[in-house]
Design a binder for this molecule. Structure first.
Ligand code: ZN
Length: 401
């Protein structure tokens, strides 16, 4: 497989002229479950999200009043609510880099590094696969979180790591000073400690860890454009991954799960329970400083905005809620029927990178027919879920496969 000669970029993102150049990577991905294409696949990294490092000073560095400090924290926190910096590529990722990240055995392999407060990755390696816990809660939570995602993919989807080929799972903790964010940088998960005023450490939420790795999974499957509805689907599928891994680890069925993303991330000072709620988008927080959770649950509340890459963290509430409705209608464990259906849609790569909600919904319905036959109760539940959030796919022909 030729990993040294990436194909040229085939698409552009004209609305993102202000962002750094896109990163083009191509690689083969080998799926274990499907008769997946072995051919080289190309993808273009989404535009880099704005960073919050240039915002006014972090708490603790300021000599200003409490109010000023508080408002700076609020500014950073609001940024965080919109920008998890998915697929942020701060450094070049070459094909040689990717090759080095592969574990030839395909087995679970983790490396946690400590950035020690610097905004650079990976930092000092502090815990490698098989090593005992160390005296650092963030390191151990990151290690366990990466392991949970690996086990989830292996158990549920017979997939070896994010890429299907044993990609070594890497995580950096203690990134930056009071850093209010977490992100997937194209090769690894990166976690800030939070400011302690609004956000706790980002390793405190397994759904956030799994969300970031969900972006990694998407990178190796359907690399949905990080803009508008396809970007909202990217965010939503990452949230689905976040929720499902958390439920999987806790052994919670769809009815008893919280369906919250980032539960435990807010400090006690914040009036809110999580970053997002899949069960009730728009209700995760309502805080004097942060404002109210702006996520719509249905197309009636769709936010037509140029902020947040076209509302990727906002309108993701709509497909999030559809998944929640579908999974809870089916009952049982959400990661089984509902989760595997979503996973099959992205992993079979039938979805175009610029898919909108209607196209995605259509693909889920087609996948439901493939998995369960036409007219199944599962397909009907899916139709009802999409209908309830105002997304109306037109499935034009039956699947003949
Ligand atoms: Zn995200």
């Amino acid at each position: 497989m030729d990993k040294e000669n990436p194909p040229p970029a085939t698409r552009s993102h004209p609305r993102h002229h202000a962002v750094p150049p896109y990163l083009l990577v191509s690689m083969a991905a080998c799926d274990g479950v499907w008769e997946a294409p072995e051919a080289m696949r190309e993808f273009i990294a989404p535009p880099v999200a704005p960073e919050d490092r240039d915002l006014p000073g972090a708490p603790g560095q300021s000599a200003g009043s409490d109010f000023e400090t508080r408002s700076r924290i609020a500014t950073r926190a609001r940024q965080t609510l919109l920008l998890d910096q998915a697929l942020l590529h701060e450094r070049a990722t070459t094909h040689a880099d990717i090759a080095r990240l592969m574990d030839p055995t395909g087995r679970l392999a983790r490396i946690i590094s400590d950035a020690q407060g610097a905004e650079s990755t990976p930092g000092n390696p502090v815990r490698a696969e098989g090593e005992s816990p160390i005296q650092d809660l963030d390191v151990n939570r990151a290690y366990d979180g990466l392991g949970a995602v690996y086990e989830f993919l292996a158990d549920m989807f017979k997939r070896s790591s994010l890429d299907g080929s044993g990609l070594v799972l890497r995580g950096t903790v203690h990134y930056g000073q009071y850093y209010d964010n977490a992100f997937w940088d194209g090769t690894q998960m990166v976690m800030g400690d939070g400011d302690g005023e609004v956000f706790n450490s980002f390793t405190s939420s397994l759904s956030v860890i799994a969300h970031e790795l969900g972006h990694g999974l998407l990178q190796y499957t359907t690399n949905l454009d990080y803009q508008g509805q396809s970007g909202a689907l990217n965010e939503s599928i990452a949230d689905v991954m976040g929720a499902l891994v958390e439920q999987f680890v806790a052994g919670q069925d769809a009815a008893s799960a919280s369906w919250l993303i980032g539960e435990g991330l807010f400090t006690d000072a914040v009036h809110g329970v999580a970053l997002r709620s899949m069960a009730a988008p728009g209700t995760a927080y309502d805080d004097p400083i942060l404002g109210k959770d702006p996520q719509p649950a249905t197309m009636a509340g769709y936010l037509d905005t140029t902020e947040d890459n076209g509302g990727v963290h906002l309108n993701s509430g709509i497909p999030n809620h559809a998944f929640y409705l579908f999974a809870t209608a089916l009952g049982g464990n959400a990661w089984e029927t509902a989760g595997s259906l979503w996973f099959n849609v992205i992993a079979t790569r039938a979805l175009p990178q610029d898919a909108d909600f209607g196209i995605f919904a259509e693909q889920t319905l087609l996948q439901a027919r493939r998995d369960h036959g036409a007219g199944s109760a599962i397909e009907l539940a899916l139709v009802e879920a999409w209908d309830a959030v105002g997304v109306h796919p037109v499935v034009q022909e039956a699947v003949n496969e």
